[in-house]
Design a protein. Structure first.
Length: 344
């Protein structure tokens, strides 16, 4: 293969591993020859030479959440280009399953661990760090002083709050499934509440807790939608929470955006295809994953992190689920038709 590409075997090794000085033109020529010859380097041999398994583990909080699909694709793109295999484990929003998944990754001997979202057992993750495993996530990225995702999300979050104010909304409810999980969740709520406060938009946090069935969610939502001065905009704290909230709103007879506006963090094809199309604060998680994985591999190779290109900031996409604040003639509040208790 080296002869075919017109370079030395050492240059081929550096080009395929992604480590060491190789010009971009030379690297492209080597990769082109490798693809044409369908060259597959021996992972076992490379592991013996480098004392690495050439595997990266990715812990996903919930694979049912479609926002993680582009993140995983970004990880896969970078990892494969550097000769690594990606092992994905699903925590299924369970502390016990998460612990077993982390144990399994340690047993597999992965060189590095990427956290696609917040973890429930931080102590277990710290144990893995102490074993020498390279652990990275967007909020604690090696070489970056500030948490990456909250910094990138802030412009989109502010744009969402500003849009609701411009549309006349006065009260907003930020809905999450349980107590705010992790630093990222707390910072997201803080960004929403502080921006809204600065713009004169009242906010409150609504915790679903044990409410799971549409009727239970509907009853909880109706409690804030039927006040004399009701909430007229709901913000879902996470994309995976949007479907149960939408089912609850439907069960309560709430129409979007006529009775209430609705926004969620994270975007997906279903959010755009839903009717009315769901307004979102969206961040390019593919590019986030490329940044995180690149920085992770550089740390693994003891290379400087400088030069890693940062993704663009989040955007607010105003779609059909957001409209002007509902106003009933003679009253500053909305129609009372959603005050009825949902049938079980």
């Amino acid at each position: 293969m080296a002869e075919e590409a017109g370079v030395s075997t050492a240059t081929v090794s550096r080009a395929l591993s992604g480590r060491g000085p190789v010009g971009e033109v030379t690297r492209a020529r080597v990769l082109g020859v490798a693809e044409r010859l369908r060259y597959l380097p021996s992972a076992a041999a490379r592991s013996l030479r480098t004392d690495r398994s050439m595997m990266i583990g990715v812990l996903v909080p919930d694979l049912a959440n479609p926002v993680f699909v582009p993140f995983l694709r970004g990880v896969q793109h970078v990892a494969q280009s550097h000769g690594y295999v990606v092992l994905v484990v699903d925590a299924q929003r369970s502390a016990e399953i998460e612990r077993r998944a982390l144990d399994r990754l340690q047993t597999q001997g992965v060189d590095a661990l990427l956290l696609a979202g917040p973890v429930r057992d931080k102590a277990r993750v710290e144990e893995l760090r102490r074993t020498g495993m390279v652990v990275a996530d967007p909020d604690h990225l090696h070489g970056f002083r500030r948490p990456l995702v909250p910094e990138l999300e802030r412009p989109g979050t502010w744009a969402m709050c500003d849009a609701l104010v411009d549309l006349g909304h006065r009260r907003l409810a930020y809905v999450n499934r349980e107590d705010l999980l992790g630093e990222a969740g707390r910072r997201r709520w803080q960004a929403v509440s502080l921006r809204c406060q600065a713009r004169g938009l009242e906010t409150e946090r609504l915790v679903l807790g044990r409410a799971k069935e549409p009727g239970d969610v509907a009853e909880l939502l109706a409690a804030v939608l039927r006040r004399p001065e009701p909430v007229t905009a709901l913000v879902s704290s996470a994309h995976g929470l949007a479907p149960p909230l939408l089912r609850g709103l439907h069960a309560a007879g709430v129409e979007l955006p006529g009775d209430c506006s609705f926004v969620t963090f994270g975007d997906s094809e279903w959010a755009e295809a839903y009717r009315p199309a769901i307004s979102v604060v969206t961040l390019d998680l593919y590019e986030v994953a490329v940044t995180v994985t690149t920085a992770n591999l550089r740390q693994l190779g003891r290379d400087p992190v400088g030069g890693v290109e940062l993704p663009g900031s989040a955007r607010f996409l105003l779609r059909e689920s957001v409209g002007r604040r509902p106003v009933v003639k003679g009253s500053p509040s909305r129609s009372a038709k959603v005050v009825s208790r949902p049938r079980r």
